[in-house]
Design a protein around this ligand. Structure first.
Ligand SMILES: [Zn+2]
Length: 258
């Protein structure tokens, strides 16, 4: 086969068996994947290149099953920023993170609160020095230097999930800017907490962290209670040796065993 033929040789998707168009190939460790199949993977998944065909097939079947979980999802609360939002089903103790408006199309991973291992808010500051023209027309620093700062509020949810370990998103859709106020030396590197927007996003990040941390704790407490070893006791009413049922009652006479 000549070089020309080699370049234009059609590749076949190892997942769906479809033909892969020019520039459409998404490499796997031991095969090829078409754009359509790659587009169905979890948006939080980042290990495609080091994944095998078998692993990708497993994930796609999980992703297919996730569509039913999205359909069953009953949003009772929405928190989050301008674009990415966290949808919470408080009764089922689950959540989804997405910026999509059509949840069924986006098929965001439905995640149990119990899988959350932590949350982090990272406020990224970018400083740019303001300059002025001197008498000769050169750009020179103010004395002391003045800065315009911009801030981004990056949020990470750490999860113990089979296909990804981090969910990263930004609370703000455009950077929050703070500009220096001339004349007052102490204000030349502006204090971002004087900025209303900055305080709003910082508060939002702390709120999300508190909600997820509490939800995780509640979910884990419930699991721990359900898994607690049941010990036999003597029923004070009928005298039988019994393991109390889920409501703490004697399995023979139904008396409350406290
Ligand atoms: Zn495919």
């Amino acid at each position: 086969m000549g070089l020309f033929d080699k370049i234009f040789e059609k590749k076949i998707c190892s997942i769906c068996g479809g033909e892969i168009g020019l520039l459409g190939n998404r490499k796997l460790e031991d095969g090829n994947c078409c754009k359509t199949c790659a587009g169905k993977l979890s948006p939080f998944f980042s290990d495609r290149r080091s994944s095998t065909v078998e692993e990708i097939k497993q994930q796609l079947s999980y992703r297919e099953a996730n569509k039913d979980e999205v359909a069953k999802f009953n949003t009772t609360r929405v928190i989050g920023g301008d674009s990415t939002k966290i949808y919470i089903d408080e009764n089922a103790r689950r959540f989804m993170v997405t910026s999509a408006r059509n949840l069924a199309d986006a098929n965001p991973d439905v995640i149990d609160f119990a899988l959350v291992t932590g949350c982090e808010i990272d406020i990224n500051e970018d400083r740019e020095e303001e300059k002025r023209k001197d008498a000769e027309g050169n750009m020179v620093s103010y004395m002391p230097p003045r800065y315009t700062c911009s801030y981004d509020f990056n949020f990470t949810i750490f999860v113990n999930h089979p296909y990804f370990s981090e969910i990263n998103f930004r609370l703000n859709s455009s950077s929050v800017q703070t500009t220096p106020e001339g004349g007052v030396p102490a204000m030349r590197i502006p204090d971002p907490r004087n900025n209303y927007e900055y305080r709003e996003y910082e508060q939002m990040g702390n709120d999300i962290k508190a909600i997820l941390t509490q939800a995780r704790q509640d979910a884990r407490d419930e699991i721990a209670a359900a898994n607690a070893p049941k010990t036999a006791a003597t029923c004070p009413y009928c005298g039988a040796t019994t393991i109390p049922d889920a409501n703490g009652c004697c399995e023979f006479c139904g008396g409350a065993m406290g």
